[in-house]
Design a protein. Structure first.
Length: 161
């Protein structure tokens, strides 16, 4: 069994710990003034889309070899340019998620775009013929945040609760 590394720890922090703790504190502070689902949504978009994609983008831009070699098993340095470019897109999308904290009007766009990104990335990993442990972890975490975001979008914007 593989040792838990910094990549896995960062995903757990950004996808579970930070949004759950922040939403809980926010709910306790605001009591019943703001819908708990709205607060949960706010923190999952900020952390799961914003912080996660922004930091992943920085990592991909600065050190593309990790994503190329560990996730996609690409050892050719020619692939690093593409990974770097994906990193720039992740930084851009992540910034919208981060800005959704002070700018409510960014939240839905960040959630839809980020959720779609994670859902499609999960599909890419799902259909990979030689899936590594790192890629399996990426697939599960991608689908996790995709489903969380889609459920929260439905609850918050279609008034099902």
């Amino acid at each position: 069994m593989k040792k838990i590394g910094l990549y896995e720890i960062s995903v757990i922090i950004f996808f579970i710990l930070l949004p759950v703790i922040a939403a809980t504190v926010n709910i306790l502070i605001n009591k019943s003034e703001i819908s708990p689902f709205s607060l949960i949504f706010k923190w999952f978009v900020f952390s799961g889309v914003g912080l996660r994609l922004f930091t992943a983008g920085l990592k991909q831009s600065i050190n593309p070899s990790f994503t190329a070699k560990e996730i996609f098993k690409l050892n050719e340095e020619k692939s690093f340019r593409i990974v770097r470019e994906v990193g720039f897109a992740n930084i851009s999308l992540g910034l919208i998620g981060i800005l959704s904290l002070p700018f409510l009007e960014f939240r839905l766009a960040a959630a839809v775009a980020g959720g779609l990104y994670f859902g499609l990335a999960g599909c890419l990993h799902l259909f990979s013929k030689m899936r590594s442990e790192d890629e399996m972890f990426a697939m599960v975490s991608d689908y996790f945040i995709f489903f969380i975001l889609m459920i929260l979008i439905v609850i918050n914007y279609f008034n099902f609760v």
